[in-house]
Ligand binder design. Structure first.
Ligand SMILES: NC(=O)c1ccc[n+]([C@@H]2O[C@H](COP(=O)([O-])OP(=O)(O)OC[C@H]3O[C@@H](n4cnc5c(N)ncnc54)[C@H](OP(=O)(O)O)[C@@H]3O)[C@@H](O)[C@H]2O)c1
Length: 270
């Protein structure tokens, strides 16, 4: 989802786009050979294992793709003197801090996916000083083309509304949606402005529960549906989720409100 928006935002740059068929980031030696032959100035890693619930039973796979592989990329980047941009998540936090999380707050994940992403942050930091770790939350935008691509919450809600008159949605888990094109633009901004290396938070501004997110989707799309507030316990899922995981942005200009980005994605006036 993010990769295709990065491709669009960097369209005028001298760049090479690789998908999983071109490079498997978990194969360290093969990845090193390809990257060293290309000798880029910047590596952007949008690859990830994003199945939050499935990760609970696939810890090794999640750790390899989200944890160790970004470490390999960081080592390679260090050897060829490149910059690495890597993405992380609000799920690296336990979600008990109602006022939100600063870039400098220590990760303390409560699920396997979050732990694998926290491992990736650590491995990147350990192996390379020239890194940008950009955390985001609730990505939405055009679905990715890959075999493992999953629909965003926005498209899932719109699809569910086609066959349901009533929907129950969790009115908990407060975080900030992130519009993929805005995140791609923000990535370019960080690079172009030569921001200091380190961790950045780049969600859209504002925050919501899943219920509030759904409510705004249906309001904007003018979908008449009976939306019912549910509790997290009403939908037992294998992975625990943070209750409050707003990512506070103290280093970059504020991004537009998530409802403005949502209106653009849905191609409607707010
Ligand atoms: N989506 C969210 O709500 C969300 C929230 C917070 C943070 N993030 C982070 O944001 C970043 C972008 O996420 P996204 O939603 O754009 O991800 P995505 O749509 O799931 O895309 C990830 C891509 O990585 C590929 N991939 C998986 N394993 C790979 C490997 N070993 N080598 C090379 N490529 C591999 C996948 O290929 P296949 O499809 O073929 O498997 C897929 O094309 C990730 O770092 C993610 O963790 C996402």
């Amino acid at each position: 989802m993010l990769g295709q928006e990065l491709a669009r935002v960097f369209k005028d740059e001298d760049k090479t786009l690789w998908d999983i068929e071109d490079i498997d980031i978990t194969k360290e030696m093969a990845a090193r050979e390809k990257i060293e032959a290309l000798a880029p100035d910047v590596i952007i890693n949008a690859a990830a294992y994003n199945a939050v619930d499935k990760a609970e039973e696939e810890r090794e796979k999640a750790d390899l793709i989200n944890g160790y592989a970004p470490g390999y990329l960081a080592k390679i980047a260090n050897d060829i003197k490149a910059v690495l941009i890597h993405y992380s998540t609000d799920y690296v936090f336990e979600g008990e801090k109602k006022q939100g999380y600063f870039e400098s707050d220590a990760p303390n994940p409560i699920g396997v996916y979050g732990a694998s992403k926290a491992l990736g942050e650590k491995k990147v930091q350990e192996n390379l000083s020239r890194h940008y770790i950009i955390r985001l939350s609730r990505l939405f935008g055009k679905i990715g083309a890959g075999a493992g691509a999953k629909k965003s919450f926005v498209d899932t809600m719109i699809d569910l509304a086609k066959t349901n008159k009533e929907l129950r949605v969790i009115d908990e888990e407060i975080s900030s949606p992130t519009y993929a094109p805005d995140l791609a633009e923000r990535t370019k901004f960080v690079l172009d402005s030569m921001a200091p290396y380190g961790i950045y938070h780049a969600t859209n501004s504002g925050s919501c529960t899943w219920y509030e997110f759904a409510k705004e989707i249906f309001r904007l799309k003018k979908v008449d549906i009976n939306l019912i507030k549910a509790k997290s316990e009403d939908f037992p899922r294998p992975a625990r989720r943070p209750k409050f995981s707003v990512l506070l942005n103290t280093k970059l200009p504020e991004m537009r409100h998530w409802t403005d980005a949502l209106a653009e994605y849905l191609n409607v006036n707010k």
